[in-house]
Design a protein around this ligand. Structure first.
Ligand SMILES: Nc1ncnc2c1ncn2[C@@H]1O[C@H](COP(=O)(O)OP(=O)(O)OP(=O)(O)O)[C@@H](O)[C@H]1O
Ligand SMILES: [Zn+2]
Length: 361
């Protein structure tokens, strides 16, 4: 059998398998249950959060041979063919490569023909924001009065680039970035199914590093599996992603707060490797200052918290010791310094100067 990468192998095929986005899923499934089927949907959100996945499940829901259903059977020939990407009445178009008006006109020339096998003719246009102005105008004409058998599903990472005239004719669903816990739980489940063990710290780093995208998290896992077959090690992830574990980030932040220059630079040296990602270091330090500020002003954030959980007591102490104004000053100085780093002769010099500056706040 041909090898399928994790992100494809574990692409959800039913709404119940989708990670997060509860309200979006609820709205879609309820509208299907109530038989209130709109003619155009648009899903917006960052890369790898589930737009195409949800769009394809929706296409099955509308087309399943048994009935329109929020729970497509996955057994009928239509469901099966949609999953195999070979169903003639489900047309997927990549808006990024078909931007020109001729491309869109060619696609739209088929809308007036009845579906061949399905209930509807469904057009999924991915990255719709890439269409040209003329393409949007051509699409708008059809969207104003679409034939009854036609449904449009759009996906975009940049909804602000989609004209309002198009948006106002669609149901708009905003997919948020998945949070740390959602990604953590989702990939833990997949690793269990794949019978692969992982060190807890490695799982945390992946969940954190993927910045809200399940696809990124699965791709990082994929890469690490090539190295550690049966048990993914923290050291592998650190080298692979050019990142570091929570302990080192915490220690650097702690040394900064204690104004201990020697320790700060000792720890910094430990991070250095050919894979080291300097941008990530500043991002992580910013996250810690944000987290300490939250602990100070909104302590309930610690309930069911995974982030920096091994250092909770120390973080609480810091939150008590520093005023919010001090925390804010650290945060702002790093944020500002980070935006100027590209002007430094090298990133390393930029970071070292910034650390010296905050050590002297
Ligand atoms: N919410 C989610 N739940 C479960 N898996 C997900 C989710 N989002 C993404 N994935 C995983 O990531 C892969 C890519 O997802 P998908 O193609 O739906 O992302 P997308 O938002 O359309 O991204 P892009 O904007 O880059 O096209 C899927 O095959 C699946 O494995
Ligand atoms: Zn079916």
């Amino acid at each position: 059998m041909t090898y399928k990468i994790l992100a494809r192998k574990w692409r959800p095929q039913k709404f119940s398998q989708v990670c997060g986005h509860e309200y979006v899923i609820k709205a879609i499934t309820n509208s299907i249950k109530l038989n209130k089927i709109h003619h155009a949907w648009i899903f917006s959100g960052n890369r790898g959060t589930g737009k195409t996945t949800i769009a394809r499940i929706l296409a099955k829901s509308l087309s399943c041979d048994y009935s329109i259903t929020e729970n497509p059977c996955r057994k009928c020939f239509i469901c099966k063919n949609i999953e195999k990407h070979c169903f003639s009445d489900f047309i997927e178009v990549d808006g990024a490569s078909k931007t020109k008006v001729e491309d869109i006109k060619e696609m739209l020339s088929t809308v007036f023909y009845s579906p061949l096998q399905g209930r509807f003719k469904i057009y999924l246009i991915d990255e719709i924001h890439m269409l040209s102005k003329h393409s949007f105008n051509a699409l708008l004409k059809i969207l104003e009065e679409p034939p009854k058998h036609v449904k449009f599903i759009f996906a975009t990472t940049e909804i602000e680039k989609v004209p309002n005239t198009i948006l106002s004719r669609c149901l708009i669903f905003k997919l948020n970035d998945l949070n740390f816990i959602e990604i953590y739980n989702f990939i833990s489940k997949i690793l269990k199914k794949e019978n692969i063990k992982i060190e807890p710290e490695a799982l945390k780093i992946i969940s954190n590093y993927s910045l809200g995208s399940i696809r990124d998290a699965l791709n990082f896992l994929e890469q690490s599996i090539y190295i550690d077959n049966k048990k993914i090690l923290t050291s592998t992830i650190i080298n692979l992603l050019g990142t570091f574990n929570e302990e080192i980030i915490f220690k650097i932040t702690q040394s900064i707060i204690k104004k201990n220059i020697t320790n700060t630079f000792k720890k910094l040296k430990q991070c250095e490797s050919s894979y080291f990602n300097w941008d990530y270091l500043l991002e992580e330090i910013l996250k810690i200052f944000h987290f300490i500020s939250m602990i100070k002003l909104y302590p309930s954030i610690l309930k069911n918290n995974y982030y920096m959980s091994s250092f909770e007591n120390e973080l609480l102490k810091i939150a008590k010791k520093l005023s919010f104004n001090q925390l804010k000053l650290y945060y702002k100085t790093i944020l500002h310094g980070r935006s100027l780093i590209h002007l430094a002769p090298t990133k390393k010099i930029g970071i070292e100067m910034l650390l010296l500056e905050i050590l002297h706040l």
